[in-house]
Design a protein around this ligand. Structure first.
Ligand SMILES: Cc1cc2nc3c(=O)[nH]c(=O)nc-3n(C[C@H](O)[C@H](O)[C@H](O)COP(=O)(O)O)c2cc1C
Ligand code: SF4
Ligand code: SF4
Length: 253
């Protein structure tokens, strides 16, 4: 049995939550980075004996479409899947059901699902510092419960919250732009999950291709990439009303 950590995580929050779960499950872990568009995901094949933790962030209550595209290229071949949706303490709405459908399409057998919280990647003052020690404790407890289910030979599908058809997507429409501090080093272009930034001229961004994931903002070594401050203030104001209460991690077995 091999344990796979299959993750789409532009700014690292999803990866942090996924690692807390995979570490608690124990054993050697094989990583598959769905954030890296240069990989050939068709070449990744699992077996029936394997278990995969498949983790994505929630974008407007849905799975980022590029993560669905890449996940459905994998060959699950009956491997068991633990689904993880990571959100910024607002809501995850239809993310887990959409992830369930994509995982099944890729040939996985869904045995558990988890919703976890990480820092909001657009407005980082929300859910700041999460996943924290309390989340770590909860996720480690979830791992024990998942292990007990699997070692009892129970591979049944959990009841996962969410609606089909899924809620309509609405792109965040926030395309980060370089500031005058930009040195043209190209780090952001190399790391953009959808190659929306021109490698030769990082000042140029393909606004239609951009998924507003904020990776370019978080990887820029000169803090020289930002979203429009008026738009960011408007989003922060909206989030303030819905993000004030601490949401806990949830397990569906
Ligand atoms: C475009 C976009 C849309 C988002 N939509 C939601 C949302 O609907 N609900 C929520 O609670 N958090 C939302 N978030 C926050 C992310 O789900 C959260 O910060 C997640 O941890 C980001 O994952 P990453 O750190 O792996 O990139 C959104 C973030 C982005 C960039
Ligand atoms: S990483 Fe920052 S400094 Fe480098 S090209 Fe991108 S925005 Fe400019
Ligand atoms: S350009 Fe858009 S898609 Fe690319 S890293 Fe920046 S926010 Fe993400």
């Amino acid at each position: 049995m091999k344990l796979y950590d299959i993750v789409f995580s532009p700014t690292g929050g999803t990866q942090k939550a996924a690692a807390l779960l995979t570490d608690a499950l124990g054993g050697e872990v094989t990583h598959v980075d769905l954030t890296d568009g240069k990989q050939d995901f068709h070449a990744v094949s699992l077996t029936k004996e394997d278990t995969a933790v498949i983790s994505v962030p929630s974008y407007a209550g849905r799975v980022p479409s590029v993560a669905v595209e890449r996940l459905t290229m994998l060959n699950g071949q009956g491997a068991r899947a633990i689904l993880v949706c990571v959100y910024g303490n607002r809501a995850y709405e239809d993310t887990l059901v959409e992830l369930e459908d994509a995982a099944k399409q890729a040939g996985f057998q869904v045995v558990a699902a988890v919703a976890a919280v990480a820092e909001h990647s657009i407005a980082r003052q929300f859910a700041s510092g999460r996943p924290d020690a309390q989340d770590a404790e909860q996720l480690s407890e979830f791992a024990k419960q998942i292990q007990s289910k699997l070692s009892a030979g129970d591979f049944s599908e959990p009841a996962i919250p969410g609606s089909r058809p899924y809620k309509k997507t609405s792109g965040a429409g926030m395309v980060p732009k370089p500031t005058k501090e930009c040195t043209g080093c190209g780090v952001c272009a190399a790391k953009c999950p959808v190659q929306a930034i021109d490698k030769e001229n990082p000042q140029k961004v393909d606004e239609k291709a951009c998924i507003s994931c904020m990776r370019c903002v978080s990887v820029c070594p000169h803090s020289a990439r930002r979203v429009n401050s008026v738009m960011l203030s408007a989003v922060s104001l909206m989030l303030k009303k819905v993000c004030f209460d601490r949401k806990s991690c949830e397990l569906f077995l």
